[in-house]
Design a protein around this ligand. Structure first.
Ligand code: DGP
Length: 123
């Protein structure tokens, strides 16, 4: 599958500084900022700085440095937010079935309260 990246998506605009964000952590390869519509006391989005649509795209085409930098950023966010001990959930929605709203790879880090089961039972 060929991945097409839309550089007008909202997270691309955040990366270019065209839209403000509440930054939690930044490194050479990643930016982490608070979700505009938090669903838990901790709700941070971690995004790579490169133009990747989804986790699938990133895993196929990112360099080893980008891959490592992104994963390290997720760990840093867990440390900064203090969610490692009590637990957290990392979610990355992709495509239509995954109900991805913003077509730039992002991992939601959710924590600070019991989060319930991962998925509701299928209808
Ligand atoms: P997803 O469905 O996984 O694509 O989630 C996209 C998330 O992005 C959703 O939880 C709301 C958040 N979001 C959308 N627009 C903005 C924005 O402009 N700023 C921030 N901080 N978050 C946003």
């Amino acid at each position: 599958m060929a991945f097409e990246y839309d550089d007008q998506n909202i997270f691309a605009k955040i990366l270019r500084g065209e839209i403000p964000n509440d930054t939690v952590y930044e490194s050479a390869h990643a930016l982490a900022f608070r979700d505009l519509y938090p669903q838990a006391p901790t709700h941070v989005l971690v995004i790579p700085k490169g133009p990747y649509v989804s986790m699938d795209h990133f895993c196929q085409e990112a360099s080893e440095e980008e891959l490592a930098g992104f994963m390290r950023a997720i760990g840093e966010v867990c440390r900064i937010e203090g969610v490692s001990e009590d637990g957290f959930r990392a979610i990355s929605n992709a495509g239509e079935n995954g109900v991805q709203e913003v077509p730039h790879l992002h991992v939601h880090i959710l924590g600070g309260r019991p989060l319930g089961r991962m998925l509701a039972k299928a209808e």
